[in-house]
Design a protein around this ligand. Structure first.
Ligand code: FAD
Length: 297
């Protein structure tokens, strides 16, 4: 099945885009998580949201959730790890599935992590961002999973069924931890080491000889998520209609630059949805012209 649009991110930008696509009757898939955005839920007091003076982040979260429910908008709880332009559509990979959509709205928020020394250099040569997607490449090999999110525990466990050895480098507190044979190490990562490919991971406490290293952070760098997309000062470059450098790919919210604020993110989500609708309608119009032409000849 091919969706009209795939929206990546469940913060104000992605949700506002979803709301407008729903109102315009488009068929879309919205990727995100149950918290919608931690940046919404953890805000102590929001004073600059028009019409909602002095609302707490938790109240804003409830209001957004109710709006989604009332509009019958579903969220798909999967993290998109790769978006690939295929010509007249996009292919999207999550750890579990591959999806197709005619266009994409990127609303993943800002990428805050800084890269580890050697990480960018060995990307695709032993460094990866989705352990479940690439697990088959590490059969009988040694892998380090640097886990920042709750989902990374399941990814480490999955990898343990394929690789000969899995280290879980825990970054932060986890309600659940990977079970043996995964070996948990509490130490800060310092450097990815190798020549042609990854050979080792240097930690504060030791150096591990590994064939692969997965960084499982909350968000993926925009140009890792969408290879070839143009950036400007580290943010996704967009025009006034929220078009990115890739045809059919739009972006909205913190991922496009500053100021990082709810109302700006939501406003850009709305603009991106309008541009996506125009794009989808154009595709459908050309398809129906092509069909009519075929019938004539
Ligand atoms: P986000 O809100 O960051 O949402 C992006 C969502 O997409 C996240 O849930 C993320 O997990 C998900 N995601 C990311 N990548 C993927 C992927 N590959 N696949 C699936 N899902 C993905 N702004 C104000 O205007 N007023 C305030 O008072 C205010 N207070 C704040 C207080 C705090 C503590 C913080 C941290 C921020 C505050 N902000 C405030 C800023 C505001 O939260 C952000 O500007 C806004 O949330 C940005 O919205 P967004 O939709 O671009 O991204």
């Amino acid at each position: 099945m091919r969706y009209d649009c795939a929206i990546i991110g469940s913060g104000p930008a992605g949700l506002q885009a979803a709301l407008n696509l729903k109102i315009r009757g488009k068929d879309f898939i919205l990727f995100g998580n149950a918290d919608l955005s931690r940046k919404i839920r953890t805000a102590p007091l929001v004073k600059n949201y028009l019409g909602l003076p002095s609302i707490s982040g938790e109240e804003l979260y409830s209001a957004f959730s109710k709006h989604l429910q009332d509009m019958d908008i579903e969220l798909t709880f999967e993290k998109v790890t790769l978006v690939y332009p295929m010509g007249d559509y996009f292919s999207l990979a999550t750890g579990h599935n591959i999806y197709e959509a005619s266009c994409v709205i990127l609303a993943p928020g800002v990428f805050q992590a800084s890269f580890l020394k050697g990480e960018r250099e060995f990307m695709g040569r032993g460094v990866g961002y989705c352990a479940t997607c690439d697990a088959a490449l590490y059969k009988n090999r040694t892998v380090a999973i640097i886990g920042y999110t709750a989902e990374s525990v399941a990814e480490a466990q999955f990898m343990a069924g394929i690789a000969s050895k899995v280290y879980f480098i825990a970054q932060g507190k986890f309600a659940e931890r990977p079970a043996p044979p995964v070996e948990i190490i509490e130490s800060g990562p310092l450097e990815v080491i190798g020549e042609k490919r990854v050979e080792a991971l240097k930690l504060e406490s030791m150096t591990l000889e590994v064939d692969g290293i997965f960084f499982l952070r909350e968000s993926v760098a925009p140009d890792t998520l969408v290879p070839g997309i143009e950036l400007e000062n580290g943010f996704i470059k967009v025009d006034g209609a929220m078009r990115t450098s890739l045809n059919g790919c739009f972006a909205a919210g913190d991922c496009t630059g500053k100021p990082h604020q709810y109302i700006r993110a939501a406003g850009q989500g709305l603009t991106a949805a309008h541009s996506a609708v125009e794009y989808i309608d154009n595709i459908k119009r050309s398809e129906s012209h092509a069909r009519a032409y075929k019938q004539i000849i």
